[in-house]
Design a protein around this ligand. Sequence first.
Ligand SMILES: Nc1ncnc2c1ncn2[C@@H]1O[C@H](COP(=O)(O)OP(=O)(O)OP(=O)(O)O)[C@@H](O)[C@H]1O
Length: 257
Amino acid sequence: MTAIQTEHLHYQSGAFQLRDITVSFPREQMTAIVGPNGSGKSTLLKVITRLLHADQGELYVDNRKAAEFTTIQYARTLSMLTQSRHSLPDLTVRELVSYGRSPYKRIFDRMTSNDEHIVDWAMDVTGTRRYEQRMFHTLSGGEQQKARIAMALAQKTNIVLLDEPTTFLDIAHQLDVMEMLRKIHQEHKLTIVMVLHDLQQAVHYCHYLIAMKNGRIQTTGKPKDVLSPEFLKDVYQIEAKVKFEDEYPIIIPIRKQ
Ligand SMILES: Nc1ncnc2c1ncn2[C@@H]1O[C@H](COP(=O)(O)OP(=O)(O)OP(=O)(O)O)[C@@H](O)[C@H]1O
């Protein structure tokens, strides 16, 4: 069962192209998209969320052509956390998370008790409720990231896309966010797709791996099957050893002479 499927997608912007992207994202699984800087990971997420429009090819969500969804239907099916370098307006955490309810409301509609209940739930599962009245910009990077994830969850979609959810976080907060996502995934059976740069975390936490290079899909598969010295050479042009310790993947770069 697939949540998202693309067939021969092509997208061009300036000199960059997404080329012949045919790939499936398994339903109710955690999928990592990895690959070198500039390989097209964020662009692919944006095409999937319809922020960008492919020149050619087909995109299916829940086995239905994405183009057949209205904007509202799409926003109720799929939410996306963009990269955190984008600034957000001055809001309290609760106000920010409440924005996740927008696809269910017309302009000037008040929040219903059901909306408030969902906002409470999204803050509870992300551990952000204790600072719901704080201004978002006063939170630490890790707290901000959790609040942004809460906003995406408040959208109550079965598919959640996250673009680099752990970038700029220290190792403890990275692991905190990954554990939190794993728990949310297990409890709510969401389809989670993440762009990740930390390959070790991608392999450890995700059920499926999609590697991109130069605007193409280079490799897909079960993370532990995919990660190998050959994969690292092929995708990242690095020489490295791979081992597993207590099931956790470890990449050891080999120094160039
Ligand atoms: N708005 C834009 N205008 C022009 N070029 C862009 C724009 N956004 C992305 N690109 C280019 O498209 C290519 C792919 O970028 P993209 O952000 O999808 O890569 P990425 O794999 O997510 O990279 P990173 O890991 O560095 O975030 C890059 O060469 C980038 O410079």
